[in-house]
Design a protein around this ligand. Structure first.
Ligand code: HAM
Length: 443
């Protein structure tokens, strides 16, 4: 590599998106927007840079250590957001009049985390956030998960492809209290519980021992984390736990919303972010190959902590990375070049004006038309039209030009015809070939 040449790769953990990536990306954005808006969520957007003080938490969470931060030219401490939640709290609190009373809000934006890049984990990702502000009852959690399930359905994933694993932080605290683990130690234990599926049972026991948990307590924590249902949890003596009651009520709402097959109870889910206070959940692919597809929970203290004014809140973040991998695996054929209705081209620059006239009429009719600037012979042009993923190739060769004609080829069926270029003959024939509905006046 010469001294002047650039490195053609993006920074480690960052992504470039080439045209064929946009087939899925456009679908994903549309599905996220539709799922949110059709269930009453309204959109907000905030900058990707925020004051470091808004984003960093002093509780020693992993996410605080992963922040990309820097000083701007005036010496302000600035950071690229690792998540959208603190910015959402900021905008909803600063502009309450701009948000309808129901408190259902959503956003789609890029987040940055200085993480070790691996399968499904990057240093930047786009995240769909849906949050419900101001609702105390767990109906909000069920409603939120229903919205995410609809997005998964919109992308072609059913209950067999993934499960939303649900737990309650309150339930975990109630259980830990039962086995004499409270206060700071309980917080530490939850931090270790969150890492359990990434480490060996021995390492898990060791990490617990290091923070002062006895062998007996570790065995009980393992028992708790292995529970598979609300009944199992009752058996562990948690019948009167407020956390268990909340989960029971939540399960009833899930049934009413028809998502009971998408959701499972899993006491091993605690979530890495410290701000959650109640129900927490994460959705995983059933093969167990990737990190979470989406995750969230109730965080009733964050508004007060950041703004001094309490407010109830539940929310989730749904990243683009894992779901894109899953989509590629399930629908490998959907990843091609974006489709065009038609590609127009000719043998020489002399027919450019005729071609542009047809192009313009097709665009006025809302067809997706593409224009090939480079003259070519028919064989070359058809190769390009196929590569361009056009449904119809429209070509003016030397002979067609002399006779005032245009050659049309349907690249899906192979059907071919020659049409007159006069008036609107060509665009009418193209429309017929595309079998599209016309409003009657367009051509
Ligand atoms: P989170 O679990 O940290 O939650 O992230 C949510 C989702 O973002 C993950 O499930 C994953 O899909 C995606 N994600 C996170 N980090 C990465 C990464 N390094 N590479 C690829 N994808 C990633 C939050 O961020 C919370 N703020 C969500 C929330 C909203 N809670 C309440 N409201």
């Amino acid at each position: 590599m010469s001294k002047e040449s650039i490195d053609k790769n993006p920074l480690r953990g960052m992504r470039d998106f080439v045209p064929q990536d946009w087939i899925f990306r456009k679908k994903l954005m549309r599905v996220w927007e539709d799922a949110a808006e059709k269930s009453g969520f309204v959109r907000y957007e905030t900058p990707i840079v925020e004051p470091l003080s808004l984003l960093e938490r002093k509780s020693g969470e992993e996410i605080s250590e992963q922040i990309y931060n820097f000083e701007d030219k005036s010496g302000r401490k600035i950071a690229l957001r690792p998540e959208i939640t603190p910015s959402m709290v900021r905008i909803v609190s600063s502009r309450p009049d701009a948000f309808p009373t129901q408190g259902k809000v959503y956003s789609i934006g890029q987040c940055f985390r200085y993480e070790r890049a691996s399968l499904g984990r990057k240093r930047e990702h786009f995240q769909w956030n849906i949050d419900i502000v101001g609702e105390k009852n767990v109906v909000a959690e069920a409603y939120l998960i229903k919205t995410a399930v609809e997005a998964m359905e919109g992308l072609g994933f059913g209950a067999d492809d993934y499960k939303v694993r649900v737990n309650s932080r309150q339930l975990v605290s109630d259980y830990l209290e039962k086995i004499d683990i409270v206060g700071e130690l309980a917080k530490g234990v939850m931090g270790v519980m969150d890492k359990k599926d990434k480490i060996s049972p021995e390492a898990f026991a060791e990490m617990l021992a290091e923070i002062g948990v006895t062998g007996e307590q570790t065995a009980e924590i393992n028992n708790f984390m292995a529970a598979k249902s609300l009944e199992d949890l009752c058996q562990l003596g948690l019948k009167d736990s407020a956390g268990l009651k909340a989960l029971e009520e939540f399960a009833a709402y899930c049934k009413a919303l028809g998502i009971e097959n998408n959701v499972v109870i899993d006491p091993a889910i605690v979530r890495g972010l410290a701000y959650y206070t109640g129900i927490v959940f994460e959705a995983f692919d059933t093969q167990g190959k990737y990190r979470a597809i989406f995750g969230g929970g109730r965080y009733d203290n964050l508004f007060e902590k950041l703004t001094g004014r309490p407010n109830f809140a539940v929310g989730l973040g749904f990243g683009d990375v894992v779901v894109e991998e899953l989509h590629k695996e399930k629908y490998p054929d959907e990843t091609t070049v974006p489709e065009a209705d038609i590609l127009l081209g000719g043998y020489s620059e002399e027919v450019r004006e005729e071609l542009l006239g047809v192009f313009s009429r097709l665009r006025a009719c809302r067809f997706s038309a593409d224009f090939d600037f480079k003259p070519a012979n028919l064989g070359k042009f058809l190769t390009r039209a196929n590569k361009r993923n056009a449904k119809v190739a429209a070509y003016i060769g030397e002979i067609e030009s002399k006779q005032g004609q245009m050659l049309l080829k349907n690249l899906r069926s192979g059907e071919q015809q020659t049409v007159m270029l006069d008036d609107d003959g060509a665009s009418a024939a193209i429309e017929q070939m595309l079998a599209a509905k016309s409003n009657g006046n367009c051509i």
